[in-house]
Ligand binder design. Structure first.
Ligand code: HEC
Length: 221
């Protein structure tokens, strides 16, 4: 008996079902999402990533930050992301529509960074943390990224970007030298500061979580 047509039909149906389920259904559900225009602020959210930050995103990809950091805040009940202060609300599909490459991540060796730009707003904090995570976060297992800085001779005026005055004694350069972030370092920090989903869309109004009054009481104990 010739079973070839049946086998081909089976293969065709399997591929057709998976294509429908994985590609078509998502395309219909999320493919048409548009930015939401906020008339009071005159801005369309999510915002476009500014140029410096867009270059910083490439550095983030290049250095493999994604192996330890995610960029997605899970909804309440699926983890304690919101209690940990990683965001005011869960991440939704619309947050990512401006990004050609979405860096959701799968591992959380370190904290989620989707809203790091709202949490750590001081660029100097980020520079010190990259120079040596122990300076800002004692006991951290994040590796240092000293190659994002250069030690150079001070010519004329010292650079306003120099960080050595904030570094511990053991990292002080020779007199007459200064430690400044490289262009990649500056771009990376601009990218981190741009990461903040601190606005609501129609669909997030339903999932926004107000801080619970009980949680505040517990802290005071
Ligand atoms: C080996 C895993 C690992 C890698 C790789 C890594 N990190 Fe981290 N990161 C951590 C851990 C653990 C912490 C928490 C302790 C700390 O603050 O240092 C952290 C903390 C952070 C924080 C502070 C988060 C907060 O909520 O205060 C930022 C910002 C950060 N990392 C950015 C980066 C960037 C950018 C890269 C890539 C250049 C990177 N990390 C690579 C593990 C990692």
């Amino acid at each position: 008996m010739n079973r070839a047509p049946l086998i081909f039909l089976g293969i065709f149906l399997t591929l057709a079902f998976s294509w429908t389920g994985i590609i078509l259904v998502n395309q219909i559900g999320y493919g048409s999402l548009k930015p939401v225009f906020n008339e009071d602020e005159g801005a369309a959210y999510p915002l476009q990533t500014p140029g410096l930050a867009a270059r910083g995103k490439l550095v983030y990809e290049d250095l493999g930050c994604i192996y330890c950091h995610s960029q997605q805040v899970r909804r309440p009940g699926y983890g304690s992301d919101i209690e940990r202060g990683w965001g005011e609300r869960q991440s939704v599909a619309r947050d990512y529509i401006r990004e050609s490459r979405v860096l959701l991540g799968t591992m959380r060796t370190g904290p989620d960074l989707r809203n790091i730009g709202a949490r750590q707003t001081d660029p100097t904090w980020h520079y010190l943390h990259f120079y040596d995570p122990q300076i800002t976060s004692n006991g951290s297992i994040m590796p240092p990224f000293k190659f994002l800085f250069e030690t150079r001779k001070i010519v004329g005026q010292p650079s306003p970007k120099a960080i050595q005055s904030k570094l511990p004694e053991k990292y002080q350069p020779k007199p007459g030298y200064e430690i400044v972030p490289t262009e990649r370092g500056e771009n990376l920090v601009a990218y981190l500061l741009s990461l903040k989903d601190t606005y609501a869309y129609p669909e997030t109004k339903n999932v926004y979580v107000e801080p619970k009054p009980e949680a505040g009481k517990e802290e005071k104990k």
